[in-house]
Design a protein around this ligand. Sequence first.
Ligand code: ITT
Length: 193
Amino acid sequence: MIQELCFATRNAHKREEIAAQLGGNFRLLTLDEIGCTEEIPEPEATIEGNAAYKARYVWEHYRIPCFADDSGLEVAALNGAPGVHSAYYAGASRDFKANYELVLQQLQGITDRRAQFKTVIALVQSDGSLHTFTGIITGNITDAPRGSNGFGYDPIFQPDGYHLTFGEMPVALKTQISHRARAMQQLLDFLKQ
Ligand code: ITT
């Protein structure tokens, strides 16, 4: 039986990627397709909390099984910041360059450059149960931005085992190894069980 599943995103690109991986047993619906036109709040203090909040919101308001993701960059020497505030770390304009410049500035003179990207995917199933899947990739913050591929903090993040930053890497490689890919793979394995 084909199961309907909402992906709580307005990003059409993310949706296409996941639809292709999910295969024929699932029909993936967007927020617009289920009639959710409002902005879903992200009121929680953690990445995990916001992913769960978004998935639960859709379940509670629309009664459709749903998954939602939330991501961020966590820098060890900044006690995990920008973390849940990654999208607007340098201000409400959500400017990628301003955000990573602020991280570089805060790390000036600091030798501990360890950082990780984290994605949490929360799934609410048709019985209302909640499952979360976490994908992490560890690496280091560079001294200066390198590369212009990707988005967000990609130019200043060099994943462990690679000489290139995410900003220098071909997007196809980043997409294969990233925090988001790792969380998505766990979700897909769970759904195919
Ligand atoms: P949606 O919630 O609408 O999907 P968003 O920009 O909030 O869009 P995320 O929750 O995935 O997307 O990520 C929050 C921020 O974390 C994002 O704006 C970036 O600054 C940063 N970020 C997340 N994943 C990243 C990645 O793969 N590369 C670089 N920066 C990333």
